[in-house]
Each structure stands twice: as structure tokens, then as C-alpha cells.
Design a protein around this ligand. Sequence first.
Ligand SMILES: [Zn+2]
Length: 361
Amino acid sequence: MFSSKALFRMALLMVVLYSCGTSQPARRNVLSPGNPATGATQPADNRSGKHPNQTVFKKPEQVTRRQQKEEERQKINTTVERRDEPATDTRDTAAANSAYKSPSYYKYITDSIQRTSAKASYYKSTESLFKQMAVVPNPQNPAVNSQWYTTVNFDARKPNFIILHHTGQTSAEQTLFTFSITRTGVSSHFVVGRDGVVYQMLNEYMRAWHAGKSRWGAITDMNSCSLGIEIDNDGDEPFAEPQVQALIKLLSYLKNKFGIPQANFIGHADIAPGRKDDPCKYFPWKRLAEAGFGYWYDSTNLQQPPADFNALLALRVIGYDVSNQAAAIKSFKLHFVQTDTTPVLSDYDKKILYNVYLNYM
Ligand SMILES: [Zn+2]
């Protein structure tokens, strides 16, 4: 017979295997069980947990020490900042001929890093995290002065916010590269390309590093309660139509899967006033709100705020950190006014604020 501790560990391992069963080949749309381009179906639903042979935990073991050394060498050699070392690997003529920092250049080095180090690192980290979670309560903890009784009713914590970003980079491939190397220290769960291709880089139950120092309401650790979606856009251009459509499809999937409230689809600038300004003024917040992601206001029927309307308090109720009032106003205007982001509220801006605020009452 198995001990209860062993059973507990087995159950956790099953959760790990299930979670990591979503590992997908590059460019596969996460929303589709089949190939979205060809319509070809995959061998059953890999989220069902019915196909244990799809687990990927054996892969890191296939990476030998020699391979790991090689990956380290390649990581150094493919550092993009080293302009004196463009992709000149003669094993791949196309990559060798691709322009420095072009999408094909980034794709080549990213594919290489993914093969040699990123995936192994991912498995190692998830394994380590689940080991930490499987640790039973410490009997020496002076704050808990009774023996350990275990509950049998629990599951994993779920994301409750979606934070939207623009990448500020020139291609989705560049962003995939940025998130594949350790020295950048940043990541997101999803990257949405201009062509509508949605890449998933991290299981939704894991914590990505996309929000940084941030605050919304009283929450100061947004990374722990949110999913990060990076949208390929340089910050000074409209968002491509296939990209917006793919984003809406992705948001719909996530909203349904995790029961995320409409109010909790917000931007990086919203949670980090004065520090971040993404997504940029071209972001289609109104269209997203009409689809049920975030709030907007009826511009044709704006209600007049009462005489004693307190704009600062309204910003705070919505969720903005108002410790820097000008920064909070700029963030609010980047999201809800867009045409003007000066740090002052005109009468019209106050009307907008009041009407947005009514959604939060
Ligand atoms: Zn951002």
C-alpha cells in the first residue's frame, strides 16, 4: 500500500504532467487542438489528461551534460548585442544570409536556444517548483502549534487578471528570443504576432515576469495573480487586424477557462503609472470592452458627473495607484482617452472618468 505522503506526491506529479502536457511545437495556436492553418487534428485533446504518453518530463533527461555545455557556448555566441558576431553559422545558409535582427535572424537563434537550453531549463524549473509545493507543513513552525491535519479539498491557484502589453520590439521572433534567455529576466505567458499567430511560452498556472513593480487596488504582486500577454507592436503603430482578432479569441478562451471578471482585463500602464506606457494609444480598448474584456463608456451618452465628483477617488476606486496623481491621470487617459495623454483632466476627461467609474460601482 502507498502511504498518504506517497499518494500526495503522486497526485502532485500527475498535476505536473497534466500541466506540462500543453507543450506545443512552435507557431501552434494555443486555442486549437488541431493545426489552425491546416485544420489537421492532433491525436485527441492533449488537455484531457487521457494521454500520459504526451507528457514531456522525459525530455530534460535526454539532454546530456555535453549538450548543456554546447548550449552555454551557443548562448554566448548568439548574444544579439554582439554586433561583431552576426549569425554566420554556415550550417544554415538562410540564417547566415538573414539581416541582423530581422525576424528570420531572431527565429534562427531562438529556435537554437529553445532546442539547446530553454526547454531543459523550463522542465527543471517546473520540477523544482512542484517539489516546493509538495513539501508538507513544517512541524517545527512555531506559529502552528498543533499536529498536521491535511485537507483533501484543494487545487491550484488561478490567474484572475489579464495584463496586456505591447512588446516595443520589431517582431514576435525578437520577443520570443527575449523571453528565451535568462539575462533579460522578463517573460509572458503569451505572445501575439502581427499575423495573428499566438505563441504560448508558459503554463497559465505558472508566474511569468511581465508586470514588474506594479499596483492595482490593494494588490502589489500582479505577477502572482495575472497572465501576461505581449502583443507584437513597436509602440507607435496601429495594431494589425489579424492580431486583434487572434487576441480576442485568446482572451475569450482565458476568460472562460479561469472565470476572469470583465473589469480585470487591463494594461501594463494601468498598473504601473509613470513607469510603463503600454499598450500604446493605438490599442483597441473600446473594441475589447465591447467584446467583454475591460470596461468602456458610451461616448454618445456620457452622464454628467455630480458637482462633488472626486476624480482622484474615482481613479482609486477603479484601481489606479494615485500616489503620483499626474502619472495616474496619464495612465487613465492612455487607456480611456487615447488622443491626449497630458496629465490633467479636462471637463470632458472627467466626464469619461465618471462614466468609466460607474462600471465599478
Ligand atoms: Zn509591458
